[in-house]
Design a protein around this ligand. Structure first.
Ligand code: CP
Length: 306
């Protein structure tokens, strides 16, 4: 039976640990050995929303495993522009590829796609809902940085209402347990209640605050996010909060040396470029881990053991 990667809710802790172990194995393999693993396989990338990292890192991952890629990065040049339904597009593309990755602005689209076809489907972000491959690479990065996941004190900062990377990662961290969270956001962008409630019984705790400076002083990790203009129904609401937070070198002056900053990227103005050269910046190595983790995901879903 085919398997998909749609939501962190579908994954057990054991499965997540399996992905972390597989990514470690992939990272240690010689290039030449890796390039044979998916020779002859085709990945379809269907992006109904803009992307740099997710699409290009899936493509890079597929090429590094010896496979090929086809797809689109916007729908204007496809038959979607003529009114073709999502289900028909998926049924068409499954004739051309062995595995499919889809990004779409509507929540639930990836699951719908998975139900419409016989090849594995990977959710590359569905609206404000989930971004599971980002979460797996985030977990891989956190474990590399700290050697552990449980026992950390982690702040999520910025747009906690609409950020699918935050939503997915919070659910995953809840499965590990024993994480102390700081939810740092403007009042209008608070963590949704269903996600806060989901932490009950996990052994994790959380505190909601507007104070980024305190989180910088106290936490092991800040997971910074962009205030996402494209998610706001009312642009005036966006204008009120768009400059709510900015981490810069000055703010980091009193930070503990072990503090690390992650960001799913792209950033706009919430992390100053003067942070990039500090010991705290870990967001570009985080990007690199995306290629490793996405190789692990492709291998797993295609049932290929390295
Ligand atoms: N992290 C992430 O999803 O980046 P892109 O939007 O560039 O794919």
């Amino acid at each position: 039976m085919k398997r998909d990667l749609i939501s962190l809710n579908d994954l057990s802790l054991e499965t997540i640990q399996g992905y972390l172990a597989l990514a470690t194995q992939v990272e240690s393999m010689p290039d030449a050995e890796r390039r044979r693993l998916l020779a002859g396989k085709i990945l379809a990338v269907l992006f109904y929303e803009p992307s740099t990292r997710t699409r290009l890192s899936f493509e890079s991952a597929m090429f590094r495993l010896g496979g090929n890629v086809l797809g689109f990065s916007e729908t204007g040049s496809t038959s979607v522009a003529k009114g073709e339904s999502l289900a028909d597009t998926i049924r068409t593309v499954e004739q051309y590829a062995d595995i499919l990755v889809i990004r779409h602005p509507k929540e639930g689209t990836a699951r719908l796609s998975a139900a419409s076809c016989s090849i594995p489907v990977i959710n590359a972000g569905d609206g404000t809902n989930q971004h599971p491959s980002q979460t797996l690479l985030d977990l891989y990065t956190i474990r590399k940085l700290f050697g552990k996941i449980s026992g950390l004190r982690i702040a999520f900062a910025g747009d906690l209402k609409y950020s699918r990377t935050v939503h997915s990662l919070l659910q995953a961290l809840g499965k590990f347990g024993d994480v102390r969270f700081e939810f740092v956001s403007p009042e209008s962008l608070r963590m949704p209640s269903y996600l806060r409630d989901g932490l009950k019984g996990t052994g994790c705790t959380y505190r909601e605050t507007v104070d980024l400076a305190a989180a910088v002083a106290e936490c092991d990790l800040i997971y910074m996010t962009r205030i996402q203009k494209e998610r706001f129904p009312d642009v005036l609401e966006y204008e009120k909060v768009k400059d709510a937070y900015c981490i810069d070198a000055r703010l980091l002056k009193g930070a503990p040396s072990h503090l690390r900053i992650l960001h799913p990227l792209p950033r706009v103005n919430e992390i100053s470029p003067d942070v990039d050269s500090t010991v705290h910046a870990a967001y570009f190595p985080q990007v690199g881990n995306g290629v490793i983790m996405r190789q692990a995901i492709l291998l797993d879903l295609l049932g290929v053991k390295p």
